[in-house]
Design a protein around this ligand. Structure first.
Ligand code: FES
Length: 104
């Protein structure tokens, strides 16, 4: 989730500690284009990990729209996927970046 605009692992944040903070889940952000890019790359299989990846990618692309490969990997570090092996997820990030630049 985004906590005061920054991604955090929601499972590691006590609910009581966010009283008064700005909390957004994947449902609260405009991220359909990121989901579509991940799907187009084959980076979504069971979907269990997808919301966390989408939040991380959303924050990355808003703060570093020209992120290089190392920055992308660092931004996604800590997001675990049992299904895709990460290659397709990284491809999904690159697709999202291209579409964002072309405003598609
Ligand atoms: S798509 Fe299944 S855990 Fe990532």
């Amino acid at each position: 989730m985004l906590l005061d605009g920054k991604p955090v692992n929601s499972c590691q944040v006590l609910a009581g500690s966010v009283d008064g903070a700005d909390v957004k889940t994947v449902k609260g952000i405009d991220a359909e284009w990121i989901v579509q890019a991940l799907a187009d790359a084959g980076g979504v299989q069971c979907g269990f990990c997808t919301p966390g990846f989408v939040i991380s990618i959303y924050y990355l692309l808003k703060t570093m729209p020209d992120a290089d490969e190392e920055s992308i990997k660092k931004a996604l570090d800590g997001n675990l996927c049992r299904c895709t092996g990460y290659v397709k997820i990284l491809e999904g990030v690159r697709i999202a970046m291209e579409r964002m630049k072309k405003n598609v």
